[in-house]
Write a new protein. Structure first.
Length: 193
């Protein structure tokens, strides 16, 4: 399947939460900046809140690519414009946000063979949500990188409005893992060329 038409490799940093008081967008932005360090890859934020997909409303399974709705065709084009994916999301009740599952389920072939990694976060790092999403990404036949980030965010890290007090201080321990992910992503994209 063809992706973006330029030689520059594009990676979507998917903001996997749409909660109005979310910290996910700030974490994704921070991660994107860390991934960009020493990288020739183009990392773009892709905010599911801005994509605004309704609950899955296609009458046929995604593998057929017989999309009835323009929002699905637009989502398909957007996903196809990327060479790789980095998912950022919180753990909710030992799982990952439904909006992320919905966005994944709209498509099938568009995800296939694309390299992917993830950054989860929560009081215990979001490992249960990571396990679930990794299973789904395997089902979509994505190329999972070896390294993922499970960022621990405790009650002491957030203020009374549940916003991070010091984003960089909270996430800094994960910076080296992100550099490793950046290296793995570049290697995977080079081998796919």
């Amino acid at each position: 399947m063809e992706v973006g038409t330029t030689d520059e490799k594009r990676v979507a940093v998917i903001i996997g939460s749409t909660r109005p008081t979310r910290i996910c967008a700030g974490i994704a932005d921070w991660a994107r900046d860390a991934l960009r360090e020493d990288s020739d890859l183009d990392y773009d934020l892709l905010d599911l809140a801005e994509v605004g997909l309704p609950f899955l409303d296609e009458p046929r399974k995604a593998a057929l690519q017989q999309y009835e709705h323009e929002h699905t065709r637009a989502w398909s084009r957007r996903v196809q414009s990327y060479h790789g994916f980095f998912f950022v999301f919180p753990q909710y009740n030992w799982g990952y946000p439904g909006v992320l599952k919905n966005a994944l389920d709209y498509l099938y072939w568009e995800w296939r063979d694309r390299p992917a990694s993830l950054l989860t976060y929560g009081t215990h790092g979001g490992n249960r949500g990571a396990e679930q999403l990794i299973g789904v990404l395997h089902g979509l036949h994505m190329q999972l990188l070896d390294t993922h980030v499970e960022a621990v965010i405790t009650d002491q890290d957030v203020d009374e409005n549940w916003q991070l007090r010091d984003l960089d201080a909270t996430l800094h321990p994960n910076r080296e893992l992100l550099r490793k992910i950046g290296t793995e992503m570049a290697r995977a994209l080079d081998s796919n060329s």
